[in-house]
Design a protein around this ligand. Structure first.
Ligand code: FRU
Length: 466
């Protein structure tokens, strides 16, 4: 096994941060199995309707990201850093490992993309791979770049896009990495899996393994559009989690409603109760975002993640939005909160909304039915003064929201006109949400790249080291 260790950190430019009120180590919370999850196959997808999206309001304090100061710190001077996910357990709790916080990010070498320019930043997807960072404090001030995660040549396609990293239950140090394996030509996007071991000492964190990548599943054309059906299709961003209701393992992912692009017409059910005279423009039929789900049918306890059953989408946004990226879920107080991110440019029809994270809530478990949170679906959007400042928000089980900085306009420059701006490619200030019933409230702002862990993995005593 290769040890993918390197130490190219450059963190000198980082501000001091107030510390989180961290939840004490060893306090592993588990969900008791409840018995309502079995009714899954009778459901249809819940709808994010035009009528809901018409309620999206800009610049409301509880659902708007704070303005980011122009002089934000940069965590990694060598690499663009964007979509990120912390090491966690199968129930979604962020963990520390021997005291280390560990974060996975999509990265691209800044020079290789064309340098620290808007052109370079825009080309990042064509260089994307998964890197990792580690920190003693988790407060954002001491992230060290550890290197690439997947061994050279192991990914079967051109790029590595978003996913999640899960400590395998019952093991001391095994990490299951689920990610999107993306090909340029032919265009393919497949959910993939690779396994490694986590190693650390007092100074460093490194990995062994991640040398073999296996395809798990691809779009089927029945529940989720394939490239042949829809050349603007999306099929990516696996989020693997255990459903507390039935104890089974599921994966959420971004998809599009199956069918030939442009032929799926929004109905009055997709529109919902809109004001009289509202006419859905023709563009509505090109918005077919779907939050996808599949169930693991092979034996995870044996490390077998090879078999999945694709199920109908949880939520569709026909006529509203064509994008449901990085869907993820938080189970809290008997509620299921389902989040996804979308750009303003992917809204269509009469719907409009900011770049940000949108949410749906169910009182009946993972399979819904879901209602848009805060009535409209908007959970956190960028302010109109800085409409591109952050993206790719990920909300953890404790309500901490992590995202990356995209483009911050200089004070006084017109954000719509692309005047003076600073490109991010680094982590945004973490914020915290209170989730209460069907609503969310932004309550706290922390410094850039802060994360918080729920417990320390090595203190959980149920290990049976493999
Ligand atoms: C979100 C996203 C993901 C994708 C990745 C590619 O920012 O578009 O859907 O996996 O970024 O960079």
């Amino acid at each position: 096994m290769d040890i993918n260790e390197s130490d190219k950190s450059n963190n000198s430019n980082v501000m001091r941060t107030p510390s989180f009120d961290r939840i004490s180590l060893g306090a592993k919370t588990g969900h008791n199995l409840r018995d309502r999850g079995a009714v899954l196959d009778q459901r249809g997808p819940s709808r994010w309707r035009t009528a809901d999206a018409l309620k999206i309001a800009y610049d409301v304090p509880g659902t708007t990201m704070p303005e980011i100061p122009y002089n934000f710190p940069v965590i990694d001077q060598e690499n663009w850093q964007w979509d990120s996910w912390a090491l966690r357990d199968i129930d979604g709790h962020t963990i520390t490992y021997n005291g280390w916080y560990i974060l996975f990010s999509l990265i691209a070498n800044r020079q290789k993309t064309g340098g620290n320019t808007i052109e370079g930043w825009s080309r990042r997807n064509d260089f994307a791979s998964i890197g990792y960072y580690y920190s003693r404090t988790g407060n954002g001030s001491d992230w060290k770049f550890g290197g690439h995660v997947i061994a050279k040549g192991a990914n079967k396609r051109s790029w590595q896009w978003s996913g999640c990293a899960v400590m395998r239950e019952g093991t001391a140090d095994i990490v299951d990495l689920f990610y999107t394996s993306v090909n340029e030509d032919p265009p393919e996007s497949v959910v993939a899996h690779t396994v490694g071991r986590l190693c650390c000492n007092e100074e460093h964190v490194w990995f062994q393994g991640f040398e073999k990548c296996e395809d798990l599943f691809a779009a089927d054309g029945k529940h989720y559009a394939t490239f042949r059906q829809n050349q603007f299709w999306d099929f990516r961003d696996p989020h693997v989690v255990r459903n507390p209701d039935d104890g089974q393992i599921y994966v959420l992912f971004e998809g599009n409603i199956a069918g030939k692009r442009g032929t799926i017409l929004p109905t009055t059910l997709d529109m919902g109760p809109v004001p009289a005279g509202t006419v859905e423009p023709d563009s509505g039929r090109f918005s077919t975002a779907a939050i996808g789900i599949a169930r693991l049918t092979s034996d995870a306890s044996k490390g077998d993640f090879s078999k999945w059953e694709l199920l109908p989408p949880l939520v569709t946004a026909l006529g509203v939005n064509d994008q449901a990226e990085r869907p993820h879920v938080v189970f809290k107080d008997d509620m299921t909160y389902l989040f996804t991110i979308a750009h303003d440019s992917f809204f269509s029809g009469v719907a409009k909304g900011p770049d940000g994270v949108y949410g749906f809530v169910s009182r009946d478990g993972l399979f819904g039915p879901y209602k848009p949170m805060n009535s409209s679906g908007l959970v956190l959007g960028n302010p109109t003064s800085a409409p591109k400042e952050t993206y790719s928000h990920f909300i953890d089980t404790e309500g901490f929201v992590q995202s990356f900085i995209d483009i911050v306009p200089a004070k006084g420059s017109d954000p719509e006109q692309q005047g003076d701006y600073r490109i991010g490619g680094t982590l945004a200030p973490t914020v915290r949400l209170v989730l209460e019933g069907e609503s969310s409230y932004l309550t706290e702002t922390f410094d850039c790249g802060e994360i918080s862990a729920v417990y320390e993995w090595t203190e959980v005593q149920n290990h049976n080291p493999a």
